[in-house]
Ligand binder design. Structure first.
Ligand code: VGL
Length: 202
């Protein structure tokens, strides 16, 4: 049985200075790189997602209409447009460690990595099955949106899921805390990248 790492949306637009910058995003990028450098054989498979939206439409209402204020819950500023620097991985993330790249959100809101496809057109479940990955650690941005949705889908997909709480960053601290509690109630373990459990009642 193999263990995999899911790196969710560690992209310039979701880090400080980006279109939808999340506090702590750059530190998450650097922390993931540090973890992978420190224990290179910890994961049999590393999969990373990128939001990859269309430039010329509102991506199914995901982008706030021109002139309207985004509500930062279901509508957002323009972000992660395919091919722009905002959609690239943050430079502190060592993308050379990524085995499979998943892109999602072309014309639609797509919070979960399960909504995307690899460069070969495969969905995540098939990618994980091909490598016999049953155990998954989840890290990235944003705790309360794409990390939450991806980890919930991984649980529904029958994987053993741990969220590494020192390697996630969220849009708001309240909704991030709620998301972590929801994930724990759904069966995820909350752990730290040093392998210690983050919550004693897990
Ligand atoms: C995300 C808000 C809008 C995320 C994506 O990656 O969590 N958040 N689009």
């Amino acid at each position: 049985m193999a263990r995999g790492l899911l790196i969710i949306d560690v992209q310039n637009d979701f880090t400080e200075g980006g279109a939808l910058g999340v506090a702590g995003g750059a530190a998450v990028a650097a922390g993931i790189t540090r973890m992978l450098a420190g224990s290179g054989d910890r994961y049999d498979l590393v999969v990373a997602s990128r939001d990859w939206h269309n430039a010329d439409d509102d991506n199914g209402g995901h982008f706030a209409a021109a002139g309207a204020e985004p509500d930062f819950v279901t509508t957002w500023p323009v972000h992660c447009v395919a091919g722009t620097s905002g959609a690239e991985y943050h430079p502190a993330l060592d993308a050379g460690r990524v085995d499979v790249h998943i892109r999602k959100g072309q014309g639609v809101p797509a919070y979960s990595i399960y909504e995307g496809t690899s460069d070969d057109g495969a969905g995540l479940s098939d990618v994980l099955d091909a490598a016999d990955v049953r155990e998954l650690d989840v890290v990235g941005i944003a705790t309360d949106y794409c990390v939450r949705a991806s980890a919930l889908d991984a649980l529904s997909d029958g994987r053993d899921v741990r969220v590494l709480v020192d390697l996630v960053a969220g849009v708001s601290s309240d909704s991030s805390e709620r998301a972590l509690e929801e994930l724990r109630a759904a069966g995820a373990k909350l752990a730290r990248s040093d392998d210690k459990l983050a919550r004693s009642d897990d």
